[in-house]
Every structure is written in structure tokens, then in C-alpha cells.
Write a protein that binds this ligand. Structure first.
Ligand SMILES: [Fe+2]
Length: 279
């Protein structure tokens, strides 16, 4: 029987790439790089075969989608932020079999779900940046899209379907919710000065309260505030990743406490962190 061996909310901001690769920004996100490496170290130590990432940069408008190709290699430049992220080389194996199982379970749960294997279905940076630092041991990669018009409830159901698929698969899996906390990008005229700051203090304060609820194990009140949090704090990809993560964890039946792997930090106006949720 398969198992989810690690589950975490993670960050993927391009400033992580800048920290490593762009002159003048050296080391600005070293703590996030260290956090992603720690996720990788734990995944490898737990014998993880496959990273499943809900990637909030793979935005879809209808249904639920899994990228089940055999593998990908190439050079990535972001169409969203080409000045901040370009020339990222990658080479990963995929997990078509588990992708098919997830789509089957999603469909069985009443959600229109598809696993794709067509050429041209490439990786987005919500997958590529975390994998660059967390996957040094040749684990397979399986991205799930974030439907920007989906509801918290639909993502809860899909997350639970992912868990059932993993358990049927025989795989050991790390599930990574790859998306921000609050996600209001700083407006153009102050975008550069907000590189290391939050756009709206209200968002930072809500994000910090959310992290407090997570680390204290107060999951039920967090889930009750989640639909409003998504709206008021402009959740990235409708925070589909977060709802999916808690669906996978068991929703209000989850009794664990989040462990902060990377302290809260603002980036280009948005709120970011890495928190593992023990199973
Ligand atoms: Fe993002």
C-alpha cells in the first residue's frame, strides 16, 4: 500500500532564483533555499518515490488536471516574470501511472479529472523552483493544476482523492502545496521597493495568524476562515493548493500541528513560507 510520507505548504517565488543566479541579489532568499533543501532531505530520508505538486502557476479554467508525461527536460523562462526568472535548466522523470490513478479517483469523486500525456505539456515554475532545490535524488515529479475558478470544497474533495490514489498506488509520495499565503502583487510604481516587503499590512497580519493556527493545531477554525481568506487576501490560484493539502490531510479530522521549516517572509508584496504537516 502506498503512503503520503510528507506533506507541506511551500514557496516557489522567483526571488529564490534571483538569490542564487542574479548579480546584486545574492543570498536574499538563502533561508527559502535552505527550507526547500530540508524538504528534499526529509523526502529522501523517508524513501519518497514521487513528488506531487499542486502548482499554482499551472492555472486552468475548467476541471482538474494532472501532468502525467513520462518526463521533461529543457530550459525554462517565465512568461510572467521573464526579467526575474530565465534560463532554468531542468530534467525530471514523470509518473504517468500515478497520474492516471489520481484522475480515476477524482472522477470517482464526481470531479471532472484528466491525466495528460501530450507533448507540449511542460512544467511551470511552481514545480521547477521547488524541484531544483528539493529533488536531488531522482524522484519522479507529478504536477497537478490549480483551477482558478474552483471552490474550497472542490479542492478538498480532490485532495482526498489524491490521498486515496497514492494509497492504492504503492508509491511513497511527498505532496507539496506550491503557492503563496496572501498574494497581492505590489503595484508597478513601487514593485521594486516591495521586493522584500508586503503590499498590505492587513495581509501580513492575517498570514501570520494563519501560521499561528497551523502551528497550534487549530485546523478547524482555519478551515472555517479559509473561503474568506482566499478572497480577502487574493489567494494565488484560488489557494487551490492549500485546500487540496488539507483535503489530503483529512480536513477537520487532521490532528497534527504544522512545523515551520522556513519563517514567514514577504516577496514582491506577497506572503510566503514553508510549513510541514506531519502525518
Ligand atoms: Fe507564485
Amino acid at each position: 500500500m502506498g503512503e503520503v510520507a510528507l506533506a507541506a505548504k511551500i514557496c516557489h517565488v522567483p526571488t529564490i532564483w534571483m538569490s542564487e543566479m542574479i548579480e546584486g541579489f545574492e543570498g536574499i532568499r538563502q533561508f527559502a533555499i535552505d527550507g526547500l533543501k530540508e524538504i528534499g532531505r526529509r523526502a529522501e530520508a523517508r524513501g519518497v518515490d514521487t513528488f506531487i505538486l499542486c502548482d499554482t502557476h499551472w492555472l486552468v479554467n475548467q476541471g482538474f488536471h494532472v501532468n502525467g508525461r513520462d518526463g521533461w527536460s529543457g530550459t525554462f523562462t517565465s512568461h510572467e516574470l521573464p526579467h526575474m526568472l530565465n534560463g532554468l535548466e531542468y530534467d525530471y522523470s514523470g509518473d504517468p501511472e500515478l497520474g492516471d490513478l489520481i484522475a480515476e479517483e477524482g472522477n470517482a469523486a464526481g470531479l471532472k479529472s484528466r491525466c495528460h500525456k501530450m507533448e507540449g505539456m511542460n512544467l511551470e515554475y511552481g514545480t521547477l523552483i521547488p524541484m531544483r532545490h528539493a529533488n536531488h535524488f531522482g524522484a519522479k515529479v507529478l504536477p497537478i493544476a490549480a483551477n482558478q475558478f474552483s471552490s474550497v470544497e472542490e479542492n478538498r474533495i480532490f485532495g482526498a482523492a489524491v490521498r486515496r490514489a497514492v494509497e492504492k498506488s504503492g508509491r511513497r509520495v511527498a505532496f507539496l502545496a506550491s503557492g503563496s499565503l496572501s498574494h497581492e502583487f505590489a503595484p508597478n510604481h513601487i514593485s521594486q521597493e516591495k521586493l522584500n516587503d508586503i503590499t498590505d499590512e492587513f495581509h501580513r497580519q492575517v498570514d501570520l495568524r494563519v501560521m499561528q493556527l497551523w502551528t497550534e493545531g487549530q485546523i478547524e477554525p482555519f478551515l472555517r476562515m479559509l473561503p474568506t481568506y482566499v478572497k480577502l487576501c487574493q489567494g494565488e490560484g484560488a489557494m487551490a493548493d492549500t485546500s487540496m493539502l488539507f483535503g489530503l490531510l483529512g480536513w477537520d479530522q487532521y490532528r497534527g500541528k504544522g512545523e515551520v521549516i522556513c519563517d514567514y517572509f514577504p516577496s514582491s508584496g506577497t506572503g510566503q513560507t514553508i510549513v510541514e504537516f506531519p502525518l
